[in-house]
Design a protein around this ligand. Structure first.
Ligand code: GTP
Ligand code: MG
Length: 195
């Protein structure tokens, strides 16, 4: 897909503010700092549209980005940010869960995880949640530019095993620095937002 139009339509703090239409949505979840905002910016070719930060926990609202009036990326708040209160973390969790379980627009969930490290307990919990809720998902492995190509197979096997996946087909290596993997991910988006 060639992106000719991308716009932040709303940063929502409550479901009342979610756009009231049937545009298909691609939801992005992942722990703080994993690269969700960078992913959106790279995919749409706009450096500053989604705000990125080296300071985790920056994105604390559900951000809806309309793309070509065809579909939406929804940047979900980072989970597992240790420096916020337990109550705040529980609120985030509820907001994510409520959105994913009740929003008919959601066609696919992208679970972003850091290619460099083992998935965290929260990463595994999100994957189990998607399995149980029967939400179609793909696992986007971010920051692959930081790992030597000779090490990739080792990291892919680590993810396959840790997430208990039958094959590596659900794993999509991606780099917001180089754009590696973007085309394969566009193929997934196009397949999921059809009809
Ligand atoms: P929250 O909004 O806090 O949940 O974080 P986020 O998931 O949106 O992460 P963000 O996109 O802000 O990126 C966090 C940091 O990681 C930034 O310093 C990015 O530049 C860096 N980063 C993100 N993706 C990549 C990548 O593919 N490669 C490299 N080398 N750095 C990346
Ligand atoms: Mg962000």
């Amino acid at each position: 897909m060639k992106v000719s139009q991308a716009e932040l339509v709303i940063s929502a703090v409550s479901p009342k503010q979610y756009p009231q239409d049937a545009l298909p949505e691609v939801a992005l979840a992942g722990r703080s700092n994993v690269g969700k905002s960078s992913f959106i910016n790279k995919m749409i070719g706009r450096k500053g549209l989604a705000r990125t930060s080296s300071q985790p926990g920056k994105t604390q609202t559900l951000n809806f980005y309309d793309i070509n009036q065809t579909f939406r990326f929804v940047d979900v708040p980072g989970y597992g940010y240790a420096r916020v209160s337990k109550t705040a973390r529980a609120e985030w969790g509820k907001m994510i869960e409520h959105y994913l379980l009740n929003r008919d627009n959601v066609r696919v969930l992208f679970l972003l995880m850091d290619f460099r490290h083992e998935p965290t307990e929260l990463d595994k919990a999100m994957k189990d949640f998607a399995d149980e809720a029967q939400i179609p998902y793909a696992i986007i492995l971010t920051k692959v530019d930081k790992i030597k190509k000779s090490q990739w197979n080792k990291h892919l096997s680590m993810y396959k095993k840790a997430l208990d996946l039958p094959t590596v087909d659900a794993l999509f290596p991606f780099s917001a620095e180089t754009g590696y993997g973007a085309q394969d991910i566009w193929d997934v988006i196009e397949a999921q937002i059809e009809d």
